[in-house]
Design a protein around this ligand. Structure first.
Ligand SMILES: Cc1cc2nc3c(=O)[nH]c(=O)nc-3n(C[C@H](O)[C@H](O)[C@H](O)COP(=O)(O)O)c2cc1C
Length: 199
Protein backbone atom coordinates (compact mmCIF):
# COMPACT_ATOMS: atom_id res chain seq x y z
CA UNK A 1 0.00 0.00 0.00
CA UNK A 2 1.08 3.60 -0.55
CA UNK A 3 -0.10 6.76 1.19
CA UNK A 4 1.02 10.24 0.14
CA UNK A 5 -0.40 13.67 -0.65
CA UNK A 6 -3.78 12.89 1.07
CA UNK A 7 -4.15 9.88 -1.23
CA UNK A 8 -4.06 6.18 -0.47
CA UNK A 9 -3.89 3.00 -2.52
CA UNK A 10 -3.74 -0.62 -1.39
CA UNK A 11 -1.05 -1.56 -3.89
CA UNK A 12 2.64 -0.67 -3.59
CA UNK A 13 2.89 1.98 -6.34
CA UNK A 14 5.64 4.57 -6.29
CA UNK A 15 4.51 7.63 -4.27
CA UNK A 16 5.40 9.93 -7.16
CA UNK A 17 2.11 8.94 -8.85
CA UNK A 18 0.14 10.13 -5.82
CA UNK A 19 2.27 13.24 -5.41
CA UNK A 20 1.46 14.57 -8.88
CA UNK A 21 -1.68 16.65 -8.77
CA UNK A 22 -3.16 19.72 -10.43
CA UNK A 23 -3.19 22.73 -8.13
CA UNK A 24 -4.54 26.16 -9.07
CA UNK A 25 -2.65 28.21 -6.46
CA UNK A 26 0.53 29.37 -8.18
CA UNK A 27 2.80 32.02 -6.69
CA UNK A 28 3.51 34.12 -9.79
CA UNK A 29 7.21 33.27 -10.03
CA UNK A 30 8.58 33.24 -13.57
CA UNK A 31 10.21 30.01 -14.77
CA UNK A 32 13.61 30.09 -16.41
CA UNK A 33 13.87 29.12 -20.03
CA UNK A 34 16.25 26.30 -19.11
CA UNK A 35 13.75 24.85 -16.67
CA UNK A 36 10.92 25.02 -19.17
CA UNK A 37 13.01 23.48 -21.93
CA UNK A 38 14.04 20.71 -19.50
CA UNK A 39 10.36 19.96 -18.92
CA UNK A 40 9.66 19.87 -22.66
CA UNK A 41 12.73 17.75 -23.26
CA UNK A 42 11.32 15.07 -20.95
CA UNK A 43 8.12 15.11 -23.03
CA UNK A 44 10.19 14.63 -26.18
CA UNK A 45 11.33 11.22 -24.86
CA UNK A 46 7.81 9.83 -24.59
CA UNK A 47 7.01 6.70 -26.62
CA UNK A 48 4.88 7.02 -29.78
CA UNK A 49 3.59 4.76 -32.54
CA UNK A 50 6.37 4.16 -35.06
CA UNK A 51 8.39 6.74 -33.09
CA UNK A 52 6.35 9.30 -35.02
CA UNK A 53 6.60 11.91 -32.21
CA UNK A 54 3.41 13.77 -33.23
CA UNK A 55 3.54 16.20 -30.28
CA UNK A 56 4.34 19.89 -30.68
CA UNK A 57 4.65 22.47 -27.89
CA UNK A 58 3.98 26.20 -28.11
CA UNK A 59 5.10 27.88 -24.95
CA UNK A 60 5.27 31.26 -23.24
CA UNK A 61 7.01 32.21 -20.05
CA UNK A 62 5.47 34.71 -17.67
CA UNK A 63 6.75 38.24 -18.32
CA UNK A 64 7.74 37.60 -21.93
CA UNK A 65 6.17 39.08 -25.05
CA UNK A 66 4.53 35.73 -25.88
CA UNK A 67 2.72 35.41 -22.52
CA UNK A 68 -0.43 37.57 -23.00
CA UNK A 69 -1.32 35.92 -26.31
CA UNK A 70 -1.32 32.43 -24.78
CA UNK A 71 -3.04 33.47 -21.55
CA UNK A 72 -5.99 35.03 -23.36
CA UNK A 73 -6.65 31.79 -25.26
CA UNK A 74 -7.71 30.13 -22.00
CA UNK A 75 -11.33 30.10 -20.84
CA UNK A 76 -12.03 32.84 -18.31
CA UNK A 77 -12.36 30.29 -15.52
CA UNK A 78 -8.84 29.05 -16.22
CA UNK A 79 -7.34 32.53 -16.71
CA UNK A 80 -8.44 33.42 -13.17
CA UNK A 81 -5.80 31.14 -11.65
CA UNK A 82 -3.45 30.37 -14.58
CA UNK A 83 -2.48 34.06 -14.71
CA UNK A 84 -0.29 33.29 -11.69
CA UNK A 85 1.53 30.40 -13.37
CA UNK A 86 5.13 30.74 -14.48
CA UNK A 87 4.67 29.28 -17.95
CA UNK A 88 1.91 28.18 -20.33
CA UNK A 89 2.13 25.48 -22.97
CA UNK A 90 -0.28 24.74 -25.80
CA UNK A 91 -0.09 21.03 -26.65
CA UNK A 92 -0.56 20.33 -30.33
CA UNK A 93 -0.57 16.97 -32.11
CA UNK A 94 0.12 16.10 -35.71
CA UNK A 95 -2.95 14.37 -37.13
CA UNK A 96 -1.71 13.53 -40.64
CA UNK A 97 1.61 12.71 -42.27
CA UNK A 98 2.88 12.04 -45.76
CA UNK A 99 4.05 8.52 -46.60
CA UNK A 100 7.77 8.60 -47.43
CA UNK A 101 7.28 5.92 -50.10
CA UNK A 102 4.07 6.99 -51.87
CA UNK A 103 3.65 10.61 -50.77
CA UNK A 104 0.09 9.74 -49.77
CA UNK A 105 -1.45 11.79 -46.91
CA UNK A 106 -2.34 9.48 -44.05
CA UNK A 107 -4.15 9.92 -40.75
CA UNK A 108 -2.01 9.29 -37.67
CA UNK A 109 -4.42 7.13 -35.66
CA UNK A 110 -2.55 7.48 -32.35
CA UNK A 111 -1.77 11.22 -32.46
CA UNK A 112 -3.77 12.06 -29.34
CA UNK A 113 -2.71 8.92 -27.45
CA UNK A 114 0.98 9.66 -28.14
CA UNK A 115 0.63 13.33 -27.19
CA UNK A 116 -1.09 12.26 -23.97
CA UNK A 117 2.00 10.20 -23.13
CA UNK A 118 4.16 13.27 -23.74
CA UNK A 119 1.93 15.35 -21.45
CA UNK A 120 2.36 12.84 -18.63
CA UNK A 121 6.16 12.81 -19.05
CA UNK A 122 6.08 16.61 -18.97
CA UNK A 123 3.98 16.59 -15.79
CA UNK A 124 6.28 14.14 -14.01
CA UNK A 125 9.44 16.07 -14.96
CA UNK A 126 7.76 19.25 -13.74
CA UNK A 127 7.20 17.61 -10.37
CA UNK A 128 10.77 16.39 -10.21
CA UNK A 129 11.83 20.04 -10.52
CA UNK A 130 9.69 21.01 -7.54
CA UNK A 131 7.00 22.68 -9.68
CA UNK A 132 3.46 21.65 -10.60
CA UNK A 133 1.70 21.21 -13.97
CA UNK A 134 -2.05 21.67 -14.48
CA UNK A 135 -3.63 20.49 -17.76
CA UNK A 136 -6.51 22.46 -19.27
CA UNK A 137 -9.05 21.50 -21.90
CA UNK A 138 -10.72 24.85 -21.39
CA UNK A 139 -9.29 27.00 -24.12
CA UNK A 140 -10.44 28.38 -27.48
CA UNK A 141 -8.93 25.83 -29.86
CA UNK A 142 -10.06 27.59 -33.03
CA UNK A 143 -8.49 30.86 -31.97
CA UNK A 144 -5.34 29.03 -30.89
CA UNK A 145 -5.06 27.44 -34.34
CA UNK A 146 -5.48 30.78 -36.09
CA UNK A 147 -3.51 33.06 -33.76
CA UNK A 148 -0.57 30.74 -33.18
CA UNK A 149 -0.16 29.88 -36.85
CA UNK A 150 -0.92 26.16 -36.48
CA UNK A 151 -1.53 24.51 -39.89
CA UNK A 152 -5.19 23.44 -39.65
CA UNK A 153 -5.05 20.52 -42.12
CA UNK A 154 -2.44 18.46 -40.29
CA UNK A 155 -2.47 19.51 -36.64
CA UNK A 156 -4.91 19.64 -33.76
CA UNK A 157 -4.80 21.62 -30.51
CA UNK A 158 -5.15 19.06 -27.71
CA UNK A 159 -4.91 21.04 -24.49
CA UNK A 160 -3.06 23.71 -22.57
CA UNK A 161 -0.83 23.32 -19.53
CA UNK A 162 0.00 25.80 -16.78
CA UNK A 163 3.27 25.28 -14.94
CA UNK A 164 4.26 27.04 -11.77
CA UNK A 165 5.40 27.07 -8.22
CA UNK A 166 2.81 26.22 -5.60
CA UNK A 167 1.35 29.02 -3.47
CA UNK A 168 -0.74 28.84 -0.31
CA UNK A 169 -4.35 27.85 -1.14
CA UNK A 170 -5.47 30.90 0.83
CA UNK A 171 -4.31 33.03 -2.12
CA UNK A 172 -7.20 31.64 -4.24
CA UNK A 173 -10.73 33.08 -4.52
CA UNK A 174 -13.15 31.27 -2.15
CA UNK A 175 -14.77 28.98 -4.75
CA UNK A 176 -11.38 27.74 -5.98
CA UNK A 177 -10.01 27.42 -2.45
CA UNK A 178 -12.63 24.78 -1.71
CA UNK A 179 -11.48 22.67 -4.68
CA UNK A 180 -7.75 22.99 -3.97
CA UNK A 181 -7.10 19.46 -2.76
CA UNK A 182 -5.71 16.32 -4.44
CA UNK A 183 -8.60 14.36 -5.97
CA UNK A 184 -9.34 10.66 -5.49
CA UNK A 185 -9.85 7.90 -8.06
CA UNK A 186 -12.31 5.15 -8.98
CA UNK A 187 -11.30 1.74 -7.60
CA UNK A 188 -9.07 -0.35 -9.86
CA UNK A 189 -11.77 -3.06 -9.93
CA UNK A 190 -14.02 -0.68 -11.94
CA UNK A 191 -11.29 -0.07 -14.50
CA UNK A 192 -9.22 -3.21 -15.02
CA UNK A 193 -10.74 -6.50 -16.19
CA UNK A 194 -9.11 -9.87 -16.57
CA UNK A 195 -9.67 -11.35 -20.02
CA UNK A 196 -12.89 -9.56 -21.03
CA UNK A 197 -14.44 -6.10 -20.80
CA UNK A 198 -16.69 -5.88 -17.78
CA UNK A 199 -17.42 -2.16 -17.42
C1 LIG B 1 -6.84 17.03 -20.75
C2 LIG B 1 -7.15 17.69 -19.43
C3 LIG B 1 -7.98 18.78 -19.42
C4 LIG B 1 -8.24 19.47 -18.22
N1 LIG B 1 -8.96 20.63 -18.24
C5 LIG B 1 -9.01 21.41 -17.13
C6 LIG B 1 -9.51 22.74 -17.20
O1 LIG B 1 -9.89 23.24 -18.25
N2 LIG B 1 -9.54 23.45 -16.04
C7 LIG B 1 -9.10 22.96 -14.85
O2 LIG B 1 -9.12 23.68 -13.85
N3 LIG B 1 -8.59 21.69 -14.76
C8 LIG B 1 -8.51 20.92 -15.87
N4 LIG B 1 -7.93 19.66 -15.83
C9 LIG B 1 -7.45 19.10 -14.53
C10 LIG B 1 -8.29 17.89 -14.12
O3 LIG B 1 -9.52 18.33 -13.61
C11 LIG B 1 -7.49 17.05 -13.10
O4 LIG B 1 -6.35 16.52 -13.73
C12 LIG B 1 -8.33 15.92 -12.55
O5 LIG B 1 -9.41 16.38 -11.78
C13 LIG B 1 -7.51 14.98 -11.68
O6 LIG B 1 -6.90 15.69 -10.63
P1 LIG B 1 -5.33 15.72 -10.38
O7 LIG B 1 -4.66 16.10 -11.68
O8 LIG B 1 -5.13 16.76 -9.31
O9 LIG B 1 -4.91 14.34 -9.96
C14 LIG B 1 -7.68 18.97 -16.99
C15 LIG B 1 -6.86 17.84 -17.03
C16 LIG B 1 -6.58 17.21 -18.22
C17 LIG B 1 -5.64 16.02 -18.22
Amino acid sequence: MTTSNHRHTDLPIDPLFLDRWSPRAFNGDAISEEMLLTILDAARWAPSAGNGQPWRFIYARRGTEAWPALLQLLDEGNQRWAQNAGALIILVSRTHSLSTSTGERRAIYTHAFDTGAAWMALAMQTMKLGLHAHGMGGLDRNRAMAELGIPADDYRVEAAVAIGRLADRETLPDDLKARETPSQRKPLSELAFEGKFAG
